[in-house]
Design a binder for this molecule. Structure first.
Ligand code: UD1
Length: 422
């Protein structure tokens, strides 16, 4: 297994290009299952999660060709010859459940293994299933698989989510495009990835209104066509790299970054004493003079502070002046980075969904273990600011969500290298 070695090396300066969003791409790819015509995605990120989704779609009979080094994905689902999403692929990535809605909507039947993914809480898929049931699907859970049928096709219905779920909104939105009649999704997720999906589906011929608000209305159509769509920039990769100069000092421009993707996060950065400036090509981030100020953070569905930036923000706050309280409201078990940061000298107390961080002057390098995707990058950020060498082990999590991380951080002056394991 590969490791990453980071050595604290002072301020960072330069530019970092931001890739297309992993989470948007992972929901745009299964949208190919809704149509017999080709779907081309540009600005796709080159990540192992994208490879996993590629393998899954191919196992169902879809064709997925990578062009321009993987930045363009040409997808076609002309012939689907298998409607079973197998456990061996699905267990690697929770987003695999997103093939369920499209397959069911197009062909009236689908069998999908219950998913795995990052170990950040129970993460059930009950909301996905309830939404599809509200559209007339007959579901049975047997031997770890969801067996879904809609013999006469799905029909429109009202789906009221008891709380916001990004994935369940995406599954329901895709399924509803081919359902008979009108579907209304209430308390829908408002994330930019949902807006991106709706825009792509509309190019394919879907009739959708209200994406980006909590009520989305879909008028089902008989068939969808092909489309070409550019994946929205990755707001989590963006926020992560914005934190690099915040932690180390210096000035870094994140190319392709847009403020509306990270507004709540920028507001917290501002409170901590980090300046963010919009440029013609992205967002420029610099630390104002002195130590970062402690700030409190509460994770919430979009437009609130994203849970996927909580670990990285905690890395910043470990060296802030004062006490910060971070409240995690989306996932119940998402502070696994805290004990690892403590190995580096951070002072953190975790009680349930709340972490209290008392800032220290300096972190010290140490061997640490990456426990999930965002936790692993938070340890790299902490290592960049620590005295001495930090070895981050088990970085396969990192490769699921960050492309060329050593190259991107190395280009702005970070001392970071990958050691290949067996
Ligand atoms: C997506 C993102 C993930 C991000 C999360 C929250 C992708 C591929 N992943 O995950 O990076 O951290 O949104 O912004 O886009 N829940 C249920 N039942 C369900 C579905 C969800 O109880 O059927 C719970 C989850 O356990 C969690 C909360 O709802 O506590 C929110 O999860 P959800 O928004 O669905 O996250 P994902 O779509 O899995």
């Amino acid at each position: 297994m590969d490791s990453i070695i980071v050595t604290g090396n002072g301020p960072l300066n330069g530019q970092i290009p931001i890739a297309g969003a992993k989470n948007a791409c992972l929901t745009l790819m299964p949208a190919t299952l809704l149509s017999e015509e080709p779907l081309t995605l540009t600005n796709a990120p080159r990540l192992s999660d994208i490879k996993t989704m590629t393998t899954l779609l191919q196992s169902l009979g879809a064709e997925v060709a990578q062009m321009q080094g993987g930045q363009v994905l040409a997808l076609s689902s002309h012939d689907l010859n298998n409607h079973v999403a197998d456990y061996d692929i699905v267990r690697k990535m929770r987003a695999s459940i997103l093939v369920l809605g499209p397959m069911l909507a197009r062909d009236g039947h689908a069998v999908v293994s219950l998913p795995g993914g990052c170990a950040i809480g129970a993460r059930p898929v009950d909301l996905h299933l309830k939404a599809l049931e509200a559209m007339g699907a007959e579901l049975e859970l047997r031997d770890g698989y969801v067996h879904a049928r809609a013999p006469g096709g799905l029909r429109g219905g009202v789906v009221e989510f008891p709380f916001v779920s990004v994935g369940a909104t995406e599954n329901a939105l895709m399924a509803a495009t081919l359902a008979k009649g009108t579907t209304v999704l209430k308390n829908a997720a408002r994330e930019p990835e949902i807006v991106d999906l709706a825009q792509c589906l509309r190019k394919m011929g879907a009739q959708i209104e209200g994406e980006g608000t909590s009520t989305i209305t879909i008028q089902g159509v008989d068939r969808l066509g092909g489309a070409t769509h550019a994946v929205v920039p990755d707001r989590i990769e963006l926020g992560t790299y914005m934190l690099a100069p915040a932690i180390c000092g210096g000035e870094v421009e994140c190319l392709g970054g847009r403020i509306e993707l990270v507004a709540a996060f920028c507001e917290r950065l501002d409170a901590a004493g980090i300046s963010v400036e919009e440029t013609a090509t992205g967002l420029k981030v610099a630390r104002r003079n002195g130590r970062v100020r402690a700030v409190d953070v509460v994770t919430e569905p979009f437009p609130g502070f994203p849970t996927d930036l909580q670990a990285q923000m905690m890395a910043l706050l470990t060296t802030a002046d004062g006490v910060s309280v971070l409240e995690e409201r989306i996932f119940e078990n998402r502070f696994m980075h805290a004990p690892e940061l403590m190995r580096m000298g951070a002072r953190i107390e975790v009680h349930g969904g709340t972490a209290t961080v008392t800032g220290v002057e300096h972190l010290k390098g140490a061997p640490v273990m990456a426990t999930d995707l965002r936790a692993s990058v938070s340890l790299i950020l902490a290592g960049l600011a620590a005295e001495g060498e930090t070895i981050v082990n088990r970085v396969y999590h990192l490769d699921r969500g960050y492309e060329r991380v050593e190259e991107k951080l190395g280009a702005v002056g970070a001392k970071i290298e990958r050691i290949s394991g067996q």
